[in-house]
Ligand binder design. Sequence first.
Ligand SMILES: Nc1ncnc2c1ncn2[C@@H]1O[C@H](COP(=O)(O)OP(=O)(O)OP(=O)(O)O)[C@@H](O)[C@H]1O
Ligand SMILES: [Mg+2]
Length: 353
Amino acid sequence: MPLSNRCKPVPADQLLETLSSAVLVLDLKLHIVFLNPAAENLFEISKRQATGQYWPDLVSAGETLVNRLEAMTKARQPFTERELELHTATGHRMTVDCIVTPSGNEDLLLEIMQIDRHLRIAHEEHLLVQQQAARELLRGMAHEIKNPLGGLRGAAQLLESELQNDGLKEYTRVIIGEADRLSNLVDRMLGPNNVLENRMINIHQVLEHVRSLVEAESYPGLELQREYDPSIPDFLADSELLIQAVLNLVRNAAQAGAQKIILVSRTQRQFTIGHTRYKLVIRVDIVDDGPGIPSGMQEKIFYPMVTGRADGTGLGLSIAQSMINQHHGIIEFTSEPGQTVFTIYLPLGAENA
Ligand SMILES: Nc1ncnc2c1ncn2[C@@H]1O[C@H](COP(=O)(O)OP(=O)(O)OP(=O)(O)O)[C@@H](O)[C@H]1O
Ligand SMILES: [Mg+2]
């Protein structure tokens, strides 16, 4: 077969659009001439806002990089900066590898790979596998407890009906009451079943439902705010499960003593969950101003039975993660005193993978 038949030319624009690395072109004064969607995503800025801006104003990249870029406008020698720390205008910190090459006569081409994200994806996958194993173990135990518990409760009920002495009935009532309490716990340990009841829903129905539930629980001094992106399209999901997952996260923030919780909805382009890269995902941030999660606990909080509360069962986050995983999504968080953000990523239809 002739070579020309095997290698079809692909338009450069199309390649840049789908590339997962951020690509920027700067002019000799370091003003942005072009950026691809991955760069828009990384720096959280639209092409329209970014074009013409002085790049070092947009991200604080440290003097070294700016000096090297300025030197390069004269010497035009390509260079690579590894493990560079960038701060975006929106306050995000990231570690990147940056390759700079001269492009044409006038421009500089920057390729930027966010390496902390790659490290994080690998780390996340590892954690998800471990969390799933822990959940399976717990489900197995819950199954084993459930059957004898039913027998125990039934026998106590029979015994109660035979007893004449009210004083003795008090004991059977304790058995029945405790069996019911354990049965509720075991049902929570079993978690959601594997069948999703999917229909077209809007993420804001879910968020508004949770908001009204949490408002009805009237936590003292708690204010619930929302920042929604109304353009987010409907998608196929099990709204009951999503409500439960979001509720678990919002309740945690309220129980931790937050005075303000903000529900934020956004879309994000080109996002990787597990092994799959999605063109478009919904992102829901639950931002609270509470005391944060102690650093020693952060690695473990998605494991079942891990709790920092005296009356907690430690199942809420594990269940929420499992419900979001069933929708091919993931929950992540960052936490420091005064600001904890739990973020739910949900792909907008698996077909956009
Ligand atoms: N927004 C938050 N701020 C501070 N700590 C949090 C937050 N979210 C979770 N945590 C910590 O993580 C722990 C685990 O949460 P998880 O929801 O899994 O269990 P729980 O709330 O203790 O019990 P359950 O949800 O089963 O009633 C909590 O006990 C709390 O210590
Ligand atoms: Mg909880």
